[in-house]
Design a protein around this ligand. Structure first.
Ligand code: IDP
Ligand code: MG
Length: 139
């Protein structure tokens, strides 16, 4: 039975530090199937739209500047219980609070530069996947 999807990005500092392959390996070892993948650079405006939900937060400007500072690797992933299982795999937003064995524990530099994004709901996973990928790019 096909699972449901989540959306992730390897964030700029993790891409720049060469962690994309190791992060993808952890994702696949955890049982996620790769539906779509691309490397691209967000403009600050596109980053602002992606993180629109945070536009009242004090770190919004820092976040959109950071997320447009270099290329990211965007992916759509499929698995039963994809959103919740992926949040467990990546760990807490702040790497100092992330559990042993999580992607953020292994690769994040700080609460802001925390290596990966993960969708927070099925609805947002669909919206975020659609923000980056057309139906012709998902398999
Ligand atoms: P999440 O990525 O774990 O879902 P959110 O609260 O949705 O965390 O925040 C989105 C992103 O904003 C985080 O991944 C991180 O990059 C950044 N961020 C969150 N809180 C802070 C903060 O207190 N200072 C700086 N950046 C933050
Ligand atoms: Mg979030």
């Amino acid at each position: 039975m096909a699972g449901n999807i989540t959306f992730t990005m390897v964030k700029p500092e993790a891409v720049a530090n060469g962690h994309t392959g190791a992060i993808l390996a952890k994702i696949q070892e955890a049982g996620f199937r790769l539906v779509a993948l691309k490397k691209m650079k967000l403009s600050e405006e596109r980053a602002g739209i992606f993180y629109e939900v945070h536009n009242e937060r004090p770190f919004y400007g820092e976040l959109t500047e950071y997320m447009s500072s270099g290329p990211i690797v965007a992916m759509v992933l499929e698995k039963d219980n994809a959103v919740a299982d992926f949040r467990v795999l990546i760990g807490a937003t702040d790497p100092s609070e992330a559990a042993e064995g999580t992607i953020r524990k292994a690769f994040a530099e700080s609460k802001a530069k925390n290596a990966v994004h993960g969708s927070d709901s099925d609805e947002n996973a669909q919206i975020e996947a659609g923000f980056f990928f057309s139906d012709l790019e998902r398999f």
